[in-house]
Structures are given as structure tokens and as C-alpha cells.
Design a binder for this molecule. Structure first.
Ligand code: PLP
Length: 455
């Protein structure tokens, strides 16, 4: 299977795309074709989760040995409490279940992809260092995933003051000489733009063996398709009994994974994009107009994003795989900050509903779910509950993307009870080690070069 750039100027095998992250022309890699996976449903129902991951990935990673994929998947999920079934589906009532995606080592759904990525890099054996931007949870999940790779440095950029306290501690209190936290004087969008600029200098990226672990990396998206498969198998969703998956959305990677699976012969999935006050993506799926504004800090910081990277992949399929139209749309967005795809004001994708929720709504949902069911949701998952309540479909699965203990202050203020987790409590006494830099790609490059020349 080949992977081609959304902008038409690059192509790669799976493992090349795994190492490159961003395509050479600035676009994002997408699989050239999406296979029909429906014939595998009956078989996958009988497999443990890691085996299903390996078989799904083998359809795309045709340049990696299937045995290596299976070993990587087994190792990746070994650190979950129930490795063979890492996605507990908790039923709250007849209308809604919660898929708890936060049982990995860093307590956010990003572990599903980043544990696997670390194992795939390790099994390849080539030298690799990680450069990534984080809105809060990618950084720690990447660091933890890369523990599997001997000698790999992790350069993690995050917005100064723009991530929750415990999220920052997970990144900047590791005490590891391999981890280089860099707080950027700017927003997540600034940090993500710096990462893209640095990967745009392919000589620099190659000389320093840099790989991108943001959701611009297609391997991450493919890894995430599998928990949607798991939800289909557990709920029995099909053409006649659709299930709506409500997805807390920032960079549009998570919901894109589910949407891609629905293009692979899996019927019965519908989607709801749940945004926080940064309602750019949800507004787009309501109106067909994407308008980039300035980032509003919210109680759900991992979704404080205006420029959702993976939107470019959706555009590519929306434009029937025409890279010229993607290039035009992306340059419209870059130059004017706006993209209009309205057809009589109709929502651009009938399979995607969209709702946003401000901080007051987040607090209200944390409180309401707690009072009605005794279940504690984190602020990101609260956005999904808000979206679920508005006009919801018959059956819904809310994706719980982070453990509530990552956001104790917000939750305690609403419920009076402080959620805790032992792995987070242990971070509280450790010193923060980080460098603060201006939102400038050259400053970050210099820091990377310095760190790598020290060894
Ligand atoms: C990253 C993150 C999101 C947003 O996911 P995208 O794939 O960027 O849309 C939502 N919730 C939490 C807790 C996250 O860490």
C-alpha cells in the first residue's frame, strides 16, 4: 500500500510515512485507497485487541512483517490494565455509554497510538528522535511511548501557561536526560506551526533523525481506527442500528480515524464533533465555513486549537482525492484565514453532526453527569456530553478522552470531590525542568542542535 500526500507532491510506504510524519510537500500522508474491512468483522470479533490491531495495520503496513506488527501491538497494550480489551465500555443509561480511552500509562486516549508508535520505531531499529507539539496530552503520551526506543530524544513543544498543571508536570518532571520540554511563548497553533516549519527543512530533519508524532503522522490515525472497530463490535452497530460516537475534538485526528473506518465498509457509525469554546471545527460542520480566529484558553486545554491539522485529510476525501483543490483550499486558509465550502448553507458532511460548549457548559456537564449517574467526567469528555444532549441520536457512545484526575481543580470546584490517580500524585514533588523559547522555529532548531551535539 502506498501513502500519498494530500497536496500531490510526495508518496511513501507505511514505514517511510511513519518516520517522515509530514509529507515532503507540506501535505499529510493518506492511504492511496481505503480497503473494505467488512469481511474481517466476524474474525476480529474473536480476537484479542492487540491481534486485531496487527491485522488491521497489516492492510496498510505492507512493508512491515506481520509478525513484527503483532509483537509491536502486544507490547504496546501490555501496559493497559486489561491488555486484551483496553477499551472498557461503561453504560450510564439506555441512551449513552462511555468508551473509556484513558487507561493507558499517561491517562489520555493518545496512549493508544503513541504506545504503538514507540514499538513500531523500536522494531524498525533506525535511529529516531521525536519532535512534537502538544496541547497537553500528546507530549506525555509520546514520551512514554518512546521509552521503548533506546537512545531516542524527545523534543516536546507546548504553549507556555496553556496546558493544565498536571499535564505540564507529566512532560517536564520526568527527570530523563532524553526528554527536552520546550514551553513556547505562544499558542498550540504557534507550536504546531513551528513543528511544521522545522519538518519543512528536510535537510535539518534528516540530519537530526527527527520524526513527527503529532496526529499529522498517519500511523497514529490508523492505530486509532481500531478502537472504533472495537466499539462497533461491542455495540453491534450496523446499517439498521446506527450508533453515534461523540468525539471531543481539537486537531480532528480522533474523529477522522472513526470517519475513515466508516469509509472502509463499516456501516452503522455516525459522528458528532464536540468542540470547546474554540468552535472552529464544529462551526465548519454546521455551516461549511472554516474561519481561523485566535485561541481562547478553556477548561479543556487539549482542545484549544484553531488550526486543526487533520482537517486537511478530510478535505482531500471531500475533494475526491484532488490535490489541486486541497492546495487551493489550504492556501485560502493560510492567506485569508477562511475557507468556504457551503452549498446553500447545508452542512458539508451529513455523517458528521457538530456542537460546541463553553466553560460554563463544561462545568454544567461535569456537575450534571455526576449528580445523575455518579460518574465523573473530565472537562474534554464534558464537551462531548454537552453535544450528546443536544439533539442526540437513538444510541450514543461518548469517547472519554482523558482521566478526570488530570484536571482535579476544575472537577473539585464542581463536585466537591477531588479525583486522584497515584501516577499523578507522584509528580507533585518533582522539580519542573524545561526551557522557554519564543514562538520562532530558528530558536527551536538551535535548541535541538545544541541538545543533540551534547551527546
Ligand atoms: C488531544 C485531545 C483531544 C483532541 O483530540 P484530536 O484528535 O486532536 O481532535 C481531546 N481530548 C483530550 C483529552 C485530548 O488529549
Amino acid at each position: 500500500m502506498r501513502f500519498i500526500s494530500t497536496r500531490g507532491g510526495d508518496s511513501a510506504t507505511f514505514s517511510e510515512a511513519l518516520f517522515k510524519g509530514l509529507a515532503g510537500d507540506g501535505g499529510l500522508f493518506v492511504p492511496e485507497t481505503l480497503p473494505d474491512v467488512s469481511p474481517f468483522l466476524a474474525r476480529w470479533r474473536t480476537l484479542p485487541y492487540p491481534a486485531m490491531v496487527a491485522e488491521f495495520l497489516a492492510l496498510f503496513a505492507t512493508d512491515m512483517p506481520p509478525a513484527a506488527l503483532l509483537a509491536a501491538a502486544k507490547n504496546a497494550y501490555a501496559c493497559f490494565p486489561v491488555p486484551d480489551s483496553p477499551v472498557p465500555l461503561v453504560s450510564l443509561n439506555n441512551a449513552v455509554s462511555v468508551a473509556e480511552l484513558f487507561h493507558g500509562p499517561t491517562l489520555a486516549f493518545k496512549d493508544f497510538a503513541l504506545q504503538l508508535l514507540g514499538q513500531l520505531y523500536a522494531s524498525d531499529g533506525r535511529a529516531v528522535n521525536i519532535l512534537g507539539a502538544t496541547s497537553g496530552d500528546t507530549g506525555s503520551a509520546a514520551i512514554h511511548g518512546m521509552l521503548a526506543v533506546p537512545g531516542a530524544h524527545c523534543f516536546i513543544l507546548y504553549p507556555e501557561g496553556g496546558v493544565a498543571e498536571l499535564q505540564e508536570r507529566q512532560i517536564a518532571c520526568t527527570g530523563s536526560q532524553w526528554v527536552h520540554p520546550i514551553s513556547i511563548r505562544g499558542s498550540f497553533d504557534d507550536a504546531q506551526a513551528i513543528v511544521k516549519t522545522i519538518f519543512g527543512d528536510s535537510a535539518f530533519a534528516a540530519a537530526n533523525a527527527l520524526a513527527a508524532v503529532n496526529s499529522i503522522n498517519i500511523a497514529r490515525i490508523l492505530a486509532q481506527c481500531v478502537y472504533y472497530m472495537d466499539i462497533v463490535l461491542k455495540t453491534g452497530a450496523n446499517e439498521d442500528n446506527a450508533v453515534e460516537v461523540v468525539v471531543p475534538t481539537g486537531n480532528f485526528g480522533n474523529v477522522l480515524a472513526g470517519w475513515m473506518l466508516s469509509k472502509m465498509g463499516i456501516r452503522g457509525l455516525r459522528f458528532c464533533v464536540a468542540s470547546n469554546a474554540n468552535a472552529v471545527v464544529s462551526t465548519f460542520f454546521q455551516t461549511g465555513i472554516y474561519r481561523i480566529g485566535t485561541v481562547t484558553p478553556s477548561l479543556a486545554p487539549s482542545m484549544d486549537i484553531q488550526q486543526a491539522s487533520n482537517f486537511e485529510r478530510w478535505l482531500w476525501w471531500h475533494f475526491n482525492a484532488d490535490p489541486a483543490r486541497v492546495r487551493t483550499a489550504m492556501s485560502d486558509l493560510r492567506n485569508g484565514g477562511t475557507l468556504t465550502l457551503t452549498q446553500n448553507g447545508a452542512p458539508p458532511d451529513p455523517a458528521i453532526r457538530a456542537v460546541s460548549c463553553d466553560d460554563a457548559g463544561i462545568r454544567a456537564q461535569i456537575g450534571r453527569v455526576w449528580r445523575e449517574t455518579g460518574y465523573c467526567v473530565d472537562p474534554h469528555t464534558a464537551c462531548a456530553f454537552s453535544a450528546f444532549r443536544e439533539n442526540h441520536a437513538a444510541a450514543a457512545v461518548v469517547l472519554a478522552t482523558a482521566h478526570p484526575a488530570k484536571f482535579p481543580k476544575t472537577i473539585e470546584a464542581v463536585t466537591g470531590k477531588r479525583p486522584t490517580h497515584p501516577s499523578l500524585e507522584a509528580l507533585l514533588d518533582r522539580p519542573l525542568e524545561r526551557e522557554t523559547l519564543p514562538a520562532n522555529a530558528d530558536a527551536v532548531k538551535a535548541s535541538i542542535a545544541r541538545a543533540l551535539s551534547r551527546r
